[in-house]
Design a protein around this ligand. Structure first.
Ligand SMILES: [Zn+2]
Length: 309
């Protein structure tokens, strides 16, 4: 299988400030993991910058303009208590969205089987007119809308195993029967949305709540009993993955206790479903993950599954 790895040096220039967990070292840790011989056959590509018109598929123009207008000349500026931007954050965000959209085009165009986007800032908390939870633009939701609008796809799914609920992605997908969103996340935890009973207004959402302290067994049960069957029923033409690695036991921001191999397990299962539904067309993009060692190991486990699919 051909697996693409999209990234860009600009993504390491976004700097939310000293001591912020969503730090440039996260990207460096992930990319360092891919420098070993095992990952030599990843096909590396530079993420292009996205056009503003593509971002408008999910975000309101006044919000996009406000984000760029607020870029500081030096230091940081906060968009909300958690989300800060620095002079290069605009470039990073354009590359992050651009990576996921380009990966969709490449996979749909048959240039590769699947792709992983090692980018930041992350995206799944960003709403139509609101930055939130370290996220400026919703990378994965914009890529899903691109898949519909440009690639002509009728059914696009996002599966999100970041430890936090992707409130922005769920909000973007509300009421669109051509989109499907499934998330596993700790509850209670930020942002507080995503109750297990919440299937969205038209039933195109699956939310799996995990209690603090939950581990591999609860995680795998949630996927086997709820996410995988619903994803098979939806039968996507393209599967996107919001790959956050902050449900790892070592992560400092939450209390779910996954081990590294859980990420290989969930990736292999999702790739199997994609092989049944859509010739294995899968694009994953980095969301959270704040313990550098766990983040690197879990991203490597995911990429290994992608290359072996
Ligand atoms: Zn997270």
């Amino acid at each position: 299988m051909t697996t693409l790895l999209y990234s860009h040096p600009d993504c390491a220039l976004h700097d939310p400030g000293a001591g912020h967990p969503e730090c440039p070292d996260r990207l460096r840790a992930v990319l360092a993991a891919f420098e070993t011989e095992e990952f030599a056959r990843l096909e590396r590509r530079q993420a292009p910058k996205i056009e503003i018109a593509e971002i408008e598929r999910v975000h309101r123009r006044h919000y996009i303009e406000a984000v760029f207008a607020k870029m500081p000349v030096s230091g940081q500026r906060h968009l909300d208590p958690d989300t800060a931007i620095s002079p290069a954050s605009g470039e990073a965000a354009l590359r992050a969205v651009g990576a996921v959209v380009a990966a969709v085009d490449a996979v749909i165009g048959g240039e590769a089987d699947n792709a992983f986007c090692a980018v930041r800032p992350p995206g799944h908390h960003a709403e139509a007119d609101r930055a939130m939870g370290f996220c400026l633009f919703n990378n994965v939701a914009i890529a899903a809308r691109h898949g519909q609008a440009v690639c002509g796809l009728k059914r696009v799914a996002v599966v999100d195993f970041d430890v936090h609920h992707g409130n922005g992605t769920q909000a973007a997908f509300e009421g669109d029967a051509g989109l499907f969103y499934a998330s596993s996340h700790q509850s209670p935890c930020f942002p507080g949305t995503g109750a297990s009973t919440d299937r969205g207004r038209i039933g195109n959402m699956v939310n799996v709540q995990l209690a603090p302290g939950a581990g591999s067994a609860e995680f795998r049960k949630g996927y086997e009993e709820r996410v995988f069957p619903a994803l098979r029923d939806f039968s996507p033409e393209l599967l996107l993955i919001s790959a956050g690695f902050d449900a790892h036991a070592s992560d400092p921001l939450a209390q779910v206790r996954l081990v590294t191999e859980d990420y290989g397990w969930v990736a292999r299962n999702l790739l199997d479903i994609a092989a049944e539904c859509c010739r294995g067309r899968v694009v994953a993009t980095l969301e959270g993950g704040y313990d550098m060692v766990a983040l690197a190991a879990a991203a490597a486990a995911l990429a290994r599954a992608f290359m072996d699919a």
